[in-house]
Design a protein around this ligand. Structure first.
Ligand code: ADP
Ligand code: ASP
Ligand code: MG
Length: 281
């Protein structure tokens, strides 16, 4: 079993999702971890910011714009009317839920619920797309197994037990999918693993399921010797040990979430950074 994590740009549009599907094996019981579509988490934080500032009109404008984007993606993504309608209804219910917060007291608790919608939306779209394309896929809700403790550290025993039980319950599936980033906290509330946290989800899942490999699919071919957004002519580094990778991530190599590597290191699971735009790289 492999963990395949796809970041926001990799699933940023209907077309990107279609390209990603070509990379995903139909068999092998691999597990796909998805981020929110690129821009969505930022929009959800913008909505939250309006609500913290008691500006429901500002929030509603951003909600409407974001919802329209999803309607357009659905139109482009699905072939059949059946899948279009079915997905549209669930997406609408998510946006109605987000809208309901414009009429309530707004705290950090509500913000986390809103921010969690990004990964719930992307996995809903993409798992339905793969179902329509004939994949025998089951969506495993991250909120049923991903958990942090009172110190905001992952509760590894809880994750291992609950995730293995869910996989066992769905033995018939040839492929699994789940949300990156989101989790429950020690009090059972919706929380998250911090910005960029889907990498961490992938590594925690890899460790919990003792996967053969953890693949982080992104928009660049591996960890480069410098930040390509700042430095010209960088090149990918072929091999890094876990400590070197963690150190680079810690000092800003945005390609990997800094703490993400630890669970993989402890279980000695190789991590590969791969490019969705150039899978052979
Ligand atoms: P994703 O949405 O897939 O999680 P991220 O944007 O989080 O992707 O990470 C990929 C980006 O990290 C690359 O597009 C690149 O601009 C940036 N990056 C920063 N430092 C490095 C580095 N040392 N090597 C590779 N990419 C890096
Ligand atoms: N969607 C979250 C973020 O934008 C998590 C992730 O992409 O890894 O930070
Ligand atoms: Mg990232």
């Amino acid at each position: 079993m492999k963990v395949m994590k796809f970041g926001g740009t990799s699933v940023g549009s209907a077309q990107r999702m279609k390209n990603v599907a070509d990379i995903i094996p139909k068999e092998g019981k691999n597990i796909i971890v998805l981020s929110a579509m690129s821009g969505t988490t930022n929009s959800l934080l913008e909505i939250s910011d309006y609500l913290h500032k008691r500006n429901p009109d500002g929030a509603n404008d951003t909600i409407n714009t974001l919802e329209l984007k999803y309607f357009r993606e659905i139109e482009e993504l699905f072939e059949t009317r059946e899948y279009k309608i079915q997905t549209l209804e669930v997406i609408k219910s998510h946006f109605d839920y987000i809208r309901s917060f414009t009429k309530k007291v707004f705290t950090l608790f509500e913000e986390k619920v809103i921010v969690a919608q990004g990964e719930l939306l992307s996995t809903l779209l993409f798992s339905n797309y793969l179902k329509e394309a004939g994949y025998n896929i089951v969506l495993l809700p991250a909120l049923e197994f991903m958990r942090i403790n009172k110190n905001a550290e992952p509760d590894q025993n809880y994750i291992r037990e609950h995730l293995n039980a869910l996989v066992e319950e769905h033995k018939e599936a040839d492929l699994y999918m789940t949300q990156g980033f989101i989790c429950l906290n020690a009090y059972g509330e919706i929380d998250n693993l911090q910005r960029g946290g889907s990498d961490y989800t992938a590594s925690l899942i890899g460790a919990a399921l003792k996967a053969d490999e953890i693949q982080i699919w992104t928009d660049i071919d591996g960890m480069h010797n410098n930040d390509p957004r700042v430095v010209d002519n960088t090149s990918p580094v072929s091999f890094l040990n876990f400590d070197e990778a963690a150190e680079l991530a810690y000092f800003g190599a945005k390609i990997l979430h800094p703490t993400c590597i630890l669970p993989a290191k402890l279980e000695k699971i190789p991590v590969r950074l791969l490019n969705t735009m150039q899978p052979e790289a």
